[in-house]
Every structure is written in C-alpha cells, then in structure tokens.
Design a protein around this ligand. Structure first.
Ligand code: BG6
Length: 267
C-alpha cells in the first residue's frame, strides 16, 4: 500500500535534540537536526542507510556530530582564522518559516532551515548573513540539499567565505571502494602542506590516509562500493571542488568521537 510523504518534528529520545524526519511514499527517509542543520540519516527506497554516523558520535553541543552531512561555513578546514570547518556545524539552526521562492520547484517533502548572524559570532566573523538550507527528499529517494547564502550587512560590503557539505558516506569496506569522476584532476594534498598534484589513476582507490581537495571537479561523481554492489551518484551545482578524506587507522585512533576501525566503513 502506498503511503504519502510527510515531514515531522520530533525530539530524539537518545540525544534530547530536535530533529525533522522526512518520509517519502516509497519508503525513503531522511533525518535532519536543528543542531548544525545536519542530516544524519538517509535511507533510500531499498532500505539502505547511505550515510555514516560514528558509534562514538556525541550529540552534545558544542561538539559537531561526527557523521552525516556537516555544513562547514563560513570556513572549510583550516583555511582561515576561524575554528576548523567554521561554526555553522555547531550552532542551532531555526526553521525558516517563509523562504523566498525557488526558481525551480523542489520536492514537496522538504524542510527549510536558516542560520543567521548572532552577536557572539559577529565578534569572530564580522559579517551579517542569512544561510538558508533546504533539505528535500524526492519520491525516488534522492536527497537534495540547496544552500542560499545572503549578505545582509547594512553597508552592503562584500565578504568572502568557504563552504562545504562535509559528507560521511557509509561504505562496506573502504579498500573495496572506487570513486570515479576525479581522475586526471589536479588536487591540493592536505597531507603534503597543500601541495598541488595531479591524480594519476583511472579512479580513486584507498590504501592509506587520504586528505585531498580536487579542484574544479565535474558535476557528477560516482562512488562504487563493490562489496555492497552499490553505486552512489552524486551531483553538484555551483560548488567547484570535492574533498576526499579518510583518516585511516592511526588518525582514527586519535579521534575521540570515532571508533578505531570505523575508517573502514566511511568515505
Ligand atoms: O575533525 P574535524 O574537524 O571534523 O575534521 C575532519 C577532517 O575533515 C576533512 O574535511 C579535512 O580535510 C581533514 O583534514 C579533517 O581532519
């Protein structure tokens, strides 16, 4: 029997935090927390959970939730004066009650969130902005994130920021995974002081720690998980670069909110 799509606000029992649960008629679902505006769960129409969340993730502010899709804003990584990956991932977002219209219609099953400048954040980052995030689930089970960032400072002075969807995908075994779409691209290697290199292989495979920023990547990237016999197709628009990161065993052990062996199951 086919159901209907729904969006429900619930208080998560385990974490005590508010989240939204989006459900589509054919069985897919998504969970998104107001904390961080973070998607932590995405199940497709075949019942597969596609995102990784660490068993050791703390859902306790001010620490970011280790897994799902973190919103890194206004700074990605350590490329600036702010804390690593900026502050948006550890702020409480609000529901955006009256989002401006979208140029093209998105799925009806969605939630609009917003993060605005606070007096406290102005001390660290003196710019007034509105960050609107729409999290939508399509009837096919696709997850679609759309971000709209607006400068609302009274003097109209432009500001710069970096921004990323820091996604943790769930994979069966990282050494059985390949990523297609990044071959032949130039990348900055964070493990070599951001040295610029060129990807040589015909796909990206994993045998050790990786922390690379692929420059001007194409709009379509494919993750092939041989063991799970699953192919995940990612499409992006307006975001040029792609970060590929896996901490591998040594760094995994050094992360307090990440299991020692969990690097095998995330990408
Ligand atoms: O521990 P954090 O702040 O969530 O960062 C995790 C990783 O995030 C990746 O995006 C970076 O490239 C890595 O360098 C970093 O270690």
């Amino acid at each position: 029997m086919a159901g209907t799509a729904s969006v429900e606000r619930v208080k998560d029992r385990a974490t005590g935090l508010d989240k939204f649960v989006l459900r589509e008629a054919r069985g897919s679902s998504v969970e998104v927390y107001l904390y961080g505006g973070q998607v932590t769960f995405w199940k497709n129409n075949f019942g597969h959970q596609l995102l990784f969340v660490s068993n050791k993730a703390t859902f306790k502010p001010p620490k970011a939730i280790r897994g799902g899709i973190q919103i890194c804003f206004p700074q990605l990584g350590s490329h600036g004066v702010l804390e690593q990956h900026g502050f948006a991932r550890n702020r409480f977002w609000s529901v955006d009650e009256s989002p401006p219209p979208f140029p093209v219609a998105t799925s009806n099953c969605h939630i609009d969130l917003i993060l605005k400048t606070s007096q406290e954040d102005l001390k660290m980052w003196p710019h007034s902005y509105e960050f609107r995030l729409r999290v939508a689930l399509s009837p096919r089970g696709d997850l679609i994130l759309t971000s709209r960032i607006r400068n609302i400072s009274s003097d109209g002075k432009p500001f710069q920021f970096t921004f990323a969807y820091h996604t943790y995908f769930s994979v069966s075994d990282i050494s059985e995974v390949r990523v297609e779409g990044l071959e032949t691209l130039d990348y900055l290697d964070n493990l070599q002081s951001k040295r610029r290199c060129t990807e040589q292989g015909d796909a990206v495979v994993f045998e050790s720690e990786v922390d690379k920023v692929y420059l001007s990547a194409p709009p379509k990237i494919v993750i092939i998980d041989h063991e799970k016999k699953r192919t995940l197709v990612l499409r992006k628009e307006g975001l040029p670069d792609v970060v590929v990161w896996n901490p591998w065993d040594k760094k995994a052990k050094a992360m307090p909110d990440f299991g020692d062996d969990e690097y095998k199951n995330m990408l």
